[in-house]
Design a protein around this ligand. Structure first.
Ligand code: IPM
Ligand code: MG
Length: 360
């Protein structure tokens, strides 16, 4: 098969980790007789430096015409980088949000899985993690607080800021359906997370999720308040299969879930719309403090590329082969510094990429 992939290397460690993912994709292409054609576009700080804006319309058009987008990471140090002297709409993150919205990528899948080999790097007690865990966080990605009206204005001599949290029935319904569809392919359990004891948007969320659930009688549905969910994630992560939640709660809970897998450097993500098109990126940030040192963990990005093979290109066996190669590398004792533990072999970002390619 021939596929066109838009590549956004981005900022910080982005270029290093994307290079490793492309190495792996090239190896997949060779082994399984595919052709991947890459087109680079700029987004985030890299785009600000060249174009003065974090994402141009031309870049969006290139992404739209491709079969999928592979993204590294964007953004810089928010206290020292000049990008953060700009008004909020011109900062790196605004480019990412604009891309998500322009491509209508409303469904964000963030799998959090505890590898046996990384149990030692998990900060939870062994008695909690001995059975492992395997969950999929389904985060709504184009609504809620991220895209509501926001404003800072002076009222009675002081500044007042507001951010609007809005969800429509249709926005909730489409992500809920996606969540239940994914649950049908997994353990058939959905925990829908909201703050229905306080927020109207959450009460609507719960109502629509209950309606959608009627079409999925085999799926067990539980509603959980977000504060309780944050607690349950560290108390008993094994109870979760699919966590279905809105944009801001999903942002926060997915960072928490990633940390209990041992390192945020392991968590991949896919952002999808109704068809097979998607954008694939690690859940972690651009880590400007370690950029250019060749020590970043490329596994989250490589796992994201595997998700691209599976969800956008229908290449299941290729995706599994990449996932197995990663597991093998871990089993063989190779670790980047973020997941390093006693008795293992520490390797650089590029060597980790090479080792995964070898095992393919
Ligand atoms: C993420 C990131 C982004 C988000 C930032 C960079 C805007 O934290 O993908 O989780 O909040 O969605
Ligand atoms: Mg986040």
């Amino acid at each position: 098969m021939e596929k066109n992939i838009t590549v956004i290397k981005g900022d910080g460690i982005g270029p290093e980790i994307v290079d490793e993912a492309i190495k792996v994709l090239d190896a997949v292409a060779k082994k399984y007789n595919h052709t991947f054609i890459y087109t680079d576009i700029l987004m985030g700080g890299a785009s600000i430096d060249v174009h003065g804006v974090p994402l141009t319309d031309e870049a969006i058009e290139i992404a739209k015409k491709s079969d999928a987008v592979l993204l590294g990471s964007i953004g810089g140090d928010t206290t020292t980088s000049p990008w953060y002297q700009l008004e909020p709409a011109l900062r790196p993150e605004a480019g990412l949000l604009k891309m998500r919205k322009a491509l209508n990528l409303f469904a964000n899948l963030r799998p959090a899985y505890l590898y046996d080999e990384l149990k030692g790097a998990c900060p939870l007690k062994e008695e909690i993690t001995q059975g492992g865990f395997d969950m999929m966080i389904m985060r709504e990605l184009t609504g809620g607080l991220y895209f509501g009206k926001r404003e800072t204005k002076e009222v009675n001599g002081e500044l007042v800021a507001h951010d609007n949290l809005e969800y429509s029935e249709s926005e909730i319904r489409r992500i809920a359906k996606r969540g239940f569809d994914i649950a049908m392919k997994r353990q058939k359990k959905v925990v829908s997370v909201d703050k229905a004891n306080v927020l109207d948007s959450s009460r609507l969320w719960r109502k629509i999720v209950n309606e959608v659930a009627k079409d999925y009688p085999e799926v067990e549905l539980e509603h959980m308040l977000v504060d309780n969910c944050a607690m349950q994630l560290v108390k008993n992560p094994q109870q979760f299969d699919v966590i279905l939640t809105e944009n801001m709660f999903g942002d926060i809970l997915s960072d928490e879930a990633s940390m209990i897998t041992g390192s945020i450097g392991m968590l991949s993500s896919a952002s999808l719309r109704d068809d097979q098109f998607g954008m694939y990126e690690p859940s972690h940030g651009s880590a400007p403090d370690i950029a250019g040192k060749n020590i970043a963990n490329p596994i989250a990005t490589i796992l994201s590329a595997a998700m691209m093979l599976r969800y956008s290109f229908d290449m299941d066996k290729e995706a599994s082969a990449v996932e197995k190669a990663i597991q093998k590398v871990l089993k063989d004792g190779y670790r980047t510094v973020d997941i390093m533990s006693d008795g293992q072999k520490e390797v650089s970002c590029s060597v980790m990429g090479n080792l995964i390619v070898e095992r393919l």
